[in-house]
Design a protein around this ligand. Structure first.
Ligand code: SF4
Length: 392
């Protein structure tokens, strides 16, 4: 099918708000009450039906080249339920025939039949939340699965026909040494996944783990060690054929990068469906109610479950472009930036960038401005320095 629309293809994100168990470090919205699953599914299909021609996606008729089923834990849904979601999305939206259709799965919740069913339903990319191949780490993270489950899920996904497979790993776990992290990386690359996401463990406020940290129930990993693990990750993965393209993301080739996630870092439009999901298009943003109950109730009255909408100011858009641009190894495209905001990057940011350049944290080459490997470690502080300049 040809893309009949002029506009750049958009992405669809579907949030499945259920988890078997709440991991103590996680701040994504999810509930463990599975009794709401069917009501949620019905509401989700209603949201697609009602939302297809409404909201700020109405003016430009978008086509979609990605459908990302995330969460929460999408793999608490069986293949028939995932198939219903994909079919309904295809009925309501112009989804291109070569769309990337991803599902996130938790190794503790999948069976070979289920994985075959997902593939059959049209899912062509699978992302497995392995986090670690070591039981002690999984226990600390409060995961429901074992290292054995992780190995099995990867093999079963390959057997089910998934040729585009991504693994998520976490480092910076208390007690983890460089040797132990390298052992996890070795195990991961042995499966030749097309994609790897390596996240540094962070303590988000409001999570159980952050609370435990504040109460001194464990000692967080040493900052210098975590910084070394970040650099080790990049070097190790480069040596094994993976190129970093975003702070935490690596792919075996450009075509195996997450097409969907790149939309978040390139200002591309995306539509979020399900509780707490965000949508963005043409400087406008809106987000759904977080509560599954409120989400279901609102849709049952024929209304979209939108909690709030906002139109970004020019200043907010500049800040977002800096924030998302610097996450990518490519960095900010200076020409595009100047054109988009009718401004001069050098004039508004040059003075702030220079000292960071001298410290080797930021680099400029021709048309790009990007963080060095060391600069990525200080992403938050660098962004706040640059953003401060824009606000002044
Ligand atoms: S399974 Fe994933 S989404 Fe659910 S609580 Fe754990 S980390 Fe969060």
């Amino acid at each position: 099918m040809e893309n009949p629309c002029q506009a750049e293809p958009a992405g669809i994100y579907v949030h499945i708000p259920f988890c078997v168990w709440k991991c103590p470090y996680c701040d994504f919205y999810s509930i463990t009450d599975m009794s709401l699953k069917e009501a949620f599914l019905g509401a989700l299909l209603d949201e697609m039906q009602i939302g297809k021609e409404t909201g700020f996606f109405q003016k430009t008729r978008f086509s979609y080249d990605t459908l990302y089923i995330g969460g929460g834990t999408p793999s608490v849904l069986d293949a028939e339920q995932i198939s219903r979601i994909i079919e309904a999305a295809c009925r309501s939206f112009q989804i291109l025939s070569d769309a990337e259709i991803t599902i996130e799965v938790n190794p503790g919740t999948v069976t070979p039949e289920q994985l075959r069913g997902y593939r059959h339903a049209g899912v062509n990319r699978i992302n497995i939340g392995v986090q670690s191949f070591q039981d002690a780490n999984l226990k600390f993270l409060g995961r429901i699965h074992s290292a054995q489950n992780a190995h099995l899920a990867i093999r079963q996904a390959r057997d089910a026909g998934f040729e585009n497979l991504g693994l998520d790993l976490i480092y910076g776990i208390p007690g983890q040494s460089e040797k132990s992290w390298l052992a996890d990386l070795h195990r991961a690359v042995a499966y030749r996944p097309e994609h790897l996401s390596c996240y540094m463990l962070t303590f988000e406020s409001g999570t159980q783990m952050d609370d435990d940290r504040k109460k001194g129930r464990f000692c967080p990993a040493d900052e210098a060690l975590t910084a070394r693990l970040f650099e080790t990750t990049i070097s190790f993965l480069e040596d094994h054929g993976y190129a970093q393209y975003e702070i935490s993301n690596f792919a075996r080739s450009v075509s195996k990068r997450s097409r969907h996630n790149q939309k978040y870092w390139t200002d591309a439009p995306y539509r979020g469906l399900g509780p707490s999901a965000h949508s963005f298009a043409e400087a406008r943003r809106c987000w759904n109610f977080r509560s599954v109950k409120k989400y279901v109730e609102t849709l049952s009255t024929g209304k979209l479950p939108i909690e709030e909408k906002e139109t970004l100011t020019r200043e907010q858009r500049i800040l977002e472009t800096i924030y998302t641009g610097l996450r990518k190894t490519y960095g900010i495209d200076i020409d595009k930036f100047n054109k988009k905001f009718s401004t001069n990057f050098e004039e508004i940011l040059g003075e702030r960038i220079m000292p960071l350049e001298e410290k080797g944290l930021i680099q400029r080459s021709q048309n790009r401005c990007f963080l060095s490997r060391r600069g990525m470690l200080f992403f938050d502080s660098i962004v706040s320095i640059l953003v401060q300049e824009c606000k002044n």
